[in-house]
Design a protein around this ligand. Structure first.
Ligand code: PEP
Length: 241
């Protein structure tokens, strides 16, 4: 049985007061056993969320370079200093807005693993690719190119671009089919691969995903900003175990 992995991606949508409010609410909640809950704060707030009960830490991004003259970048080794265990790489917002290609994503994932951290490689098709009927081949290509030469310790997050922040989640069936395809494509190299679903997950739709075949957890954006709502999602994933 794979332990469900539930990651909160706060993006750049929270401030320091918001982090403190999250902590106060989260720490007052009962513990949830049988899942792994993870939070990905903006990088400067990593020290603020250290020691949050029952939450592992994830970075939202990492440099593809090891160290040196790269102003504004954060090296994977620095993230280990702040107790991170995971790093999001290739989130669709970075692929779109920062021009991150599959090759750059693969390099970032490699740096992440070299520092002893686990990359969460994000993939997903834009809406026009799905309406043209090419979603599966598009995601297969992203997965193969973004995971080139990676060791086994990695997680994939399938996040259809059209579902992120839109309020229009994929159906659990669409997500499940894609997850199973991703696992099949990588089965030889990563037999134990965990694949998360992300895209407009909320407390009222999350159980459909966590109960679906091939879905090993969730990557949650907007609904993770409130500790109450993120706790409810985590509790529901526990119920679906
Ligand atoms: C995300 O940013 O990874 C995400 C899934 O966002 P949302 O849950 O808001 O769609």
């Amino acid at each position: 049985m794979i332990t469900p992995l539930i990651i909160a991606n706060w993006k750049m949508a929270i401030d320091a007061d918001g982090v403190e409010a999250f902590k106060a609410t989260w720490n007052a909640k009962p513990s949830i056993h049988g899942i792994e809950a993870v939070v990905a704060p903006p990088a400067p707030y990593l020290p603020l969320v250290q020691g949050l009960s029952q939450l592992s830490l994830c970075a939202q991004n990492v440099s593809e370079n090891e160290q040196g003259a790269h102003t504004g970048e954060v090296a994977a080794s620095m993230l280990t200093d702040f107790g991170c265990q995971y790093v999001l790489v290739g989130h669709s917002e970075r692929r779109q807005n920062q021009g991150e290609t599959n090759a750059i994503v693969a390099q970032k994932a490699k740096r992440t693993q070299a520092a002893g951290l686990i990359p969460v490689v994000c993939v997903g098709e834009p809406s026009h690719i799905r309406s043209e009927g090419h979603a599966t081949s598009y995601v297969r290509d992203q997965v193969l190119s973004s995971c080139e030469d990676l060791a086994e310790d990695l997680v994939i997050a399938y996040e259809p671009v059209w579902a992120i922040g839109s309020g229009e989640a994929a159906s659990a069936q669409v997500a499940s089919e894609m997850h199973l395809d991703i696992k099949a494509v990588l089965a030889d190299r990563y037999p134990e691969l965990r694949v998360l679903y992300g895209g407009s997950v909320k407390p009222d739709n999350c159980a459909a995903f966590t109960m679906a075949t091939g879905i090993d957890g969730l990557l949650v954006g907007g609904a993770s900003l409130s500790a109450e709502s993120f706790w409810n999602i985590c509790a529901s994933a526990k119920g679906a175990e």
